[in-house]
Design a protein around this ligand. Structure first.
Ligand SMILES: [Zn+2]
Ligand SMILES: [Zn+2]
Length: 398
């Protein structure tokens, strides 16, 4: 945890949380040095810190990949002029100067041992790095699941978002990675970032790539077909990491710390909806799946409901609105309204809608998220739209 100065930490009792290292930073230079090499679990910042260091801090949070994932406890008010300098952070909780108990208990909540799900790319179809999309993000599908106490990387899809994940790992100066990358299917938006993932170019690292069998072959055939000199200058044999390619079946596979299985999605090519079980939690990742309005394909909706039942986190395709969906039936993507309707009685605890259409700008997505909030409480504990740079923490079950 990084607290911006000892006075703030002491006032709020932050230094007393057991098993927690608190780095008290007196100023921006110390803070920057620490943030360059580390990814703290939590940041505590007050208005005075931003008043003196805000512009520099804003620059750091833009340039250092991954910083925006860290939750911020802000001592001040949203109406502070300086508050805008935190705009890159996706999770900010504000406290008044007197609210030390509330702040301490929120800090403890964030610091509980948790599985962390990070969204590196949430866009469907094509990257769209436009100004009007910057809050939800322009990179295509990539999610990282960070398991407490495990050094292996667990990555879902390798859309353009995976490039930033590679840069983040470089910033932290970590080497000797072992990683599993589960690709749902080989459409461009799920593999386009693959050759830009820097850890693939170091012989210290070992990666296994998983992909469901496709009409034209297994994992290795499909990826090597994509990475030929005609389409891209790098071919698979030019990757320096130790690589293995696995054509993944639907059945449960045990990876020690977690298990993976999948159901085949309703999508134009064979596509996995991965179910990952770990630390007593169930996470389902289904970025491309059309939930039809009718009961065709036969029993698909029933089987899907059974598959997602009781999961802790469902990350699901909601590329279209119902109105747009009606013009795009059979394209392989869902209307967000339909996702809510189908899953609301399945005891899904947290629903995150992803794979946003490249033409859905921030204004539209903010309005959509407002509409989704009405389902929080009854049907789901939380419902949200995936944002690039956001992290979900799921406390592990004993
Ligand atoms: Zn897609
Ligand atoms: Zn697709």
């Amino acid at each position: 945890m990084l607290a911006n100065d000892a006075a703030v930490g002491e006032t709020f009792g932050i230094g007393d949380i057991p098993d927690t290292d608190v780095i008290f930073s007196k100023g921006i230079f110390e803070a920057e040095k620490f943030l360059f090499d580390n990814q703290p679990d939590l940041l505590i910042i007050d208005r005075a810190f931003l008043e003196y260091n805000g512009v520099k801090f804003d620059r750091i949070s833009r340039l250092y990949t991954g910083i925006k994932f860290i939750p911020v406890l802000y001592v001040g008010s949203k109406s502070d002029e300086e508050y805008v300098l935190l705009s890159h952070f996706k999770e900010i909780v504000t406290f008044e100067a007197g609210e030390s108990d509330q702040m301490l208990s929120k800090a403890k909540e964030y610091l509980e041992p948790s599985v962390r799900v990070r969204f590196w790319g949430v866009r469907g179809s094509t990257p769209c790095a436009n100004y009007e999309n910057i809050q939800f993000g322009g990179n295509t599908s990539c999610v990282e699941i960070d398991l407490p106490g495990v050094n292996e990387l667990l990555i879902l899809d390798s859309g353009t978002g995976i490039r930033n994940l590679g840069n983040f790992l470089h910033r932290k100066n970590e080497y000797n990675f072992i990683g599993n990358i589960f690709i749902t299917h080989p459409h461009w938006d799920h593999i386009q970032g693959f050759p830009f993932f820097k850890p693939l170019y170091s012989s210290d690292n070992k990666f296994t790539i998983y992909l469901p069998e496709q009409y034209r072959g297994g994992a290795q055939e499909i990826l090597s077909g994509h990475l030929t000199k005609t389409f891209f200058p790098v071919t698979l044999d030019m990757l320096s990491a130790e690589m293995e390619y696995v054509t993944q079946g639907e059945d449960v596979t045990n990876f020690g710390e977690y298990t993976v299985e999948y159901m085949v999605a309703n999508h134009p090519t064979k596509t996995a909806m991965y179910k990952i079980k770990l630390h007593g939690l169930t996470i389902i990742y289904a970025p491309d799946n059309e939930l039809p309005m009718k009961s065709t394909p036969i029993r698909f909706i029933d089987n899907f409901k059974e598959f997602v039942k009781d999961c802790d986190l469902l990350i699901h395709d909601g590329q279209f609105s119902q109105k747009l969906y009606e013009q795009r039936v059979g394209w392989g993507h869902s209307a967000w309204e339909r996702v809510v309707d189908v899953t609301k009685k399945c005891n899904v605890k947290n629903l995150v809608i992803t794979h946003h259409d490249p033409d859905s700008d921030d204004d539209l997505l903010h309005k959509r998220e407002e509409m989704l909030k009405q389902y929080e409480g009854d049907a789901f504990e939380s419902v949200s739209l995936a944002k690039e740079g956001s992290e979900i923490r799921l406390p592990i079950k004993k």
